[in-house]
Design a protein around this ligand. Sequence first.
Ligand code: COA
Length: 445
Amino acid sequence: MTAVGIDAVEIWTGNLKLDLPGTFAPQKGEDPEKYTKGLGLNASSFPDSYEDIVTMGANAAHRLMERKGLAPDDIGRIDVATESAFDNSKPVSTYVAGCLEQVFDGDFHHANKGERKFACIAGTQSLDDACNWIRAGRNRGRGALVIATDTALYARGDAGEATQGAGAVAMYISEDPDLVELSTGQGYGSADETDFLKPNQQFPSVDGKRSVQVYLARMREALEDYESVAGDVHPDDVAFVPFHTPFPGMVRKAAMLAYRHVIRDTSIEDELAEEIGRQPRPEAFDSDEAYRDAMREYMDALKETAAYQEWYDATIDPTLSISREVGNWYTGSVHIARVSALKRALEDGREMTDEMLLVGSYGSGAQAEIHAETVQDGWEAEIEALNVEEQLEDRYDMSWEDYEEIHDAHNHDMDVDVEEFTTPESEFVFDGWGRMGERKYRYVE
Ligand code: COA
């Protein structure tokens, strides 16, 4: 079977930055270490007043198409995954196509366009749809553009305000990809949950603590489901595990559960037994509560072992470096985790071709999905071509007053005009409203 997967990726961050320990925490009367150590975040990205999900998505896609020498004719499908859409009918992908048609010769009149919604997991679902479209032989030699773009803003004063972010990831999906091949084996954990939702409102209603528990429960189910089709996962077989990363502290919790699961009945569990005992098994306990207490104790001990810490440092920590600087990008978060890991591998001079990634996506509401990816031999050139650091450094560092203004400027219920903080250059910008309430965009040289 021909390999299908991600040929190329580009990211686009919102042009503003909020320093969480330095600017946000003092205003909230909080210890900066809640951010740096607890949530694992240094900063969040924000959109400037001329940016939105369309400009960020189109800018990422523009960079990607230019770098790969792609023309509109090479693209048979454009799917945008977002939970920040501003229209219940016209999909964001039509706006993105309109932007790209301003700068490329040709058009996307024969490309199928859509919009995917399932909280943060929609980016992975779009990726999956694109791969299936190609595997079904319906692509006529063309590839698919998948764009995950979000402005993850919360109401002022909501607990989620600590984990905001804004940015887009564009991916080109094709046969014989340069970056990663996706497995056909995948596992799901899915249930009707009320942890985070936006019932026709801009800012989410969120039960943050519950969303953490639902993430973990669904991810565990997805891992078990994945193993039921692909066989047991052994830690030695996996180079990196990019998880959906609303904030790195969430991934710390998911990683511990995953490690505990994959070492069960392996020589790693046997070797650790002398130090911390074997994992509790439910059948050895009279009640669920007693089992859960014993498991908590085991995990506290496991966390302190050199085996766990070495695995975490090698397999998980490298996936978090971009997230720490940008916050939550919702649909894009798991896709920047993959980029972070491969960037670290490149910096370390590590050979990654044929190595396996286990990718754990999650969307509130709620669903987790796990699949494997095999790194392809073009990965180094693909990752080398990214300008992530440059983009992060170029962001304008907002004061508290700037932040308050820009949050209001993006609040759909407020009508405030805010001067832009940065000067757009070689990018698409929001250019006002049309006669039917549509949004208009323009490319700035
Ligand atoms: N030093 C070190 N760690 C600290 C700290 C300090 N001074 N102060 C707090 N922390 C730790 C806490 O112990 C906690 O870690 P733990 O969960 O491992 O115990 C973490 O920092 C966060 O602190 P907490 O008090 O729980 O923060 P919060 O009440 O602001 O809530 C969220 C955090 C994530 C629930 C909230 O930001 C939220 O609702 N986010 C949006 C929803 C979301 O992203 N959900 C994730 C699943 S999709």
